[in-house]
Write a protein that binds this ligand. Sequence first.
Ligand SMILES: NC(=O)c1ccc[n+]([C@@H]2O[C@H](COP(=O)([O-])OP(=O)(O)OC[C@H]3O[C@@H](n4cnc5c(N)ncnc54)[C@H](OP(=O)(O)O)[C@@H]3O)[C@@H](O)[C@H]2O)c1
Length: 238
Amino acid sequence: MAPGLYTGRVVLVTGSRRGVGRMIAEHVLEQGGTVVGFARGEATFAHESYRHLQVDLVQPAAIQEAFLALRREFPALHIVVNNAGVLLSQHALIMPVDAVRNMIDTNLVAPFLVSREAARLMKKGKWGRIINIGSMASSLEPIGDSVYAACKAGLRTMGNVLAKELAPFNITVNTLAVTAIATDMLAQLPEEQIRSAVAGLPIPRFATPDDILNVVDFFASERSSYVTAQTLFLGGVN
Ligand SMILES: NC(=O)c1ccc[n+]([C@@H]2O[C@H](COP(=O)([O-])OP(=O)(O)OC[C@H]3O[C@@H](n4cnc5c(N)ncnc54)[C@H](OP(=O)(O)O)[C@@H]3O)[C@@H](O)[C@H]2O)c1
């Protein structure tokens, strides 16, 4: 069999059970990679090169434990996709503080902790790619999305600083800001709200899996060693 884009690579995908994370995990597996998936629930698919770990990313100790397990099983970690996220958005005047904290812990603190643990492993191999899944919300700043949009803007900024800190170790850090794509997360929003957000995009359509995978492949590529601290917005958002 011809080697795939990810042959020889160990790739950690957070939130690999569903939606965008599952698309990315299955693509990497099809392209010859080994995938370690972190999610709260049990695995929703099986593959000989897929290892699923149940991790609640809002628990820092659980992240550390999962990395211990990963280190025991795999000689190296090459690529991380910080994909897991939650959308608990509400108008600021009615949003409970628990929802605020959960979004910050899942969408910002967890990617920081995962990136840091991953960078420690990547540093040993003098090669790494950290890819954050951001959102158009960080640029569009929609009404009712204050904390989610702020988390995604923070993810981007955090990635840019980590890119500088990790450049000496040949580790790149980039962000892919995704537009609307049909997943469980999107299904939580009123249809009319989604339709009008999509209609307002410079390219007024939903994202496809391939739109996302194309950019993940680009950031993950051996040839992208001079690409870091970048955010790529899909659909013409900027
Ligand atoms: N869908 C869109 O239109 C859209 C647009 C812009 C950006 N995004 C971004 O794309 C990423 C993926 O979104 P999606 O639409 O695929 O979401 P989704 O369908 O709701 O899936 C979210 C995934 O994240 C995992 N997750 C959430 N909280 C977790 C926690 N505390 N610990 C471990 N895993 C956790 C879930 O694990 P379980 O399965 O175990 O619950 C699930 O696998 C997110 O970062 C989101 O912000 C999505």
